[in-house]
Write a protein that binds this ligand. Structure first.
Ligand code: SF4
Ligand code: SF4
Length: 159
């Protein structure tokens, strides 16, 4: 189920607040393809498994992401790569009992200066997030299914 204003727009201003801990950041959830990509870039010791078995990015100083560098993402700077959850921010997916809830990350609602600008989220980030959710359900990895297959499997409705 999708729950946000259909007309809502977003364009990242690259302020870095979501990566710096300024928005009350919790450790970023990673997926196997994220881990594999980062290992292929030569990184080690950047993640851990939490008590629910989820893969998490380590935080650095002051709660910022360990790849946050000079107000920018070090992974994007060095490799042109975002972990999947960074790619779909400020959307997030919450797994409920019988469905997945797609919403704006509450940390971003009043604090992300990119919200309200740019292209409509339903046309840009939402398809990617839906693809990821279907892929996670089917293959445990948000980058695993091609977009057209994932969207044809998705049962999306607005709440
Ligand atoms: S807080 Fe919003 S505008 Fe700033 S870097 Fe994060 S996503 Fe972009
Ligand atoms: S990986 Fe990059 S975009 Fe994602 S939280 Fe870390 S610094 Fe920010």
């Amino acid at each position: 189920m999708v729950q946000f204003d259909r007309k809502l727009r977003f364009r990242c201003s690259r302020c870095g607040r979501c990566c710096s801990g300024a928005l009350g950041r919790v450790a970023l959830e990673l997926y196997p393809s994220d881990i594999e990509a980062l290992k292929n870039y030569g990184y080690e010791d950047f993640y851990y498994t939490d008590d629910k078995g989820r893969l998490r990015m380590m935080n650095g100083e002051h709660g910022s992401c360990i790849f946050y560098r000079g107000h920018l993402c070090g992974l994007m700077l060095d490799h042109g790569f975002f972990p999947w959850n960074c790619q779909v921010y400020p959307l997030r997916c919450v797994e409920m009992k019988d469905f997945f809830l797609i919403e704006i990350n509450p940390h971003a609602v009043d604090s992300c200066p990119g919200i309200g600008k740019g292209w409509q989220i339903k046309d840009t980030l939402l398809p990617e997030l839906v693809r990821g959710i279907v892929s996670i359900k089917v293959m445990k990895d948000p980058r695993a299914l091609p977009m057209d297959i994932a969207l044809s499997l998705a049962n999306v409705y607005w709440g």
